[in-house]
Design a protein around this ligand. Structure first.
Ligand code: ZN
Length: 138
């Protein structure tokens, strides 16, 4: 589930053109943690800022899709840290730029879900590799 969550972030950012150094997961069971290492500061333009926010939400969307398919409950791996960053970023100046401000949270979430659905088989495939090796590169 953590691998699915991280691949949701990674593929969404990758598709938007962000450079990704590595994707990692560590630990087992409920103690598993993971992260995506982005190569550069992604918020130079309003479009990048928007795509960064969509990628932030994509981890949770991937997790929800996984739970929907497998019937697992979704509270074993939280997205609260992602959402805290998301809310903080929404308050920055660039978030008031034309390409971001008119988008509601629901629209950004729908955009994240769309990428997850379109890339689902790739997410599952790469998440398996990630879970097996602990890290992968795109
Ligand atoms: Zn996350």
């Amino acid at each position: 589930m953590v691998a699915i969550h991280e691949m949701g972030h990674a593929l969404t950012w990758h598709r938007a053109g962000f450079q990704i150094k590595t994707i990692r997961v560590r630990g087992r069971g409920n103690g598993t943690t993971g992260y995506v290492d982005l190569d550069n500061q992604p918020n130079r333009t309003p479009e990048e800022a928007r795509d960064y926010l969509i990628g932030l939400l994509a981890g949770r969307e991937a997790e929800h899709e996984w739970c929907r398919i497998t019937g697992q409950s979704s509270d074993t791996y939280g997205s609260s840290a992602d959402l805290a960053i998301y809310r903080r970023y929404r308050k920055y100046d660039w978030a008031n730029e034309r390409s971001v401000a008119h988008l509601s949270d629901g629209e950004l979430q729908a955009a994240a879900r769309k990428v997850i659905n379109a890339r689902w088989s790739q997410i599952v495939h790469l998440a398996n590799q990630l879970a097996q090796h602990g890290r992968i590169r795109l």
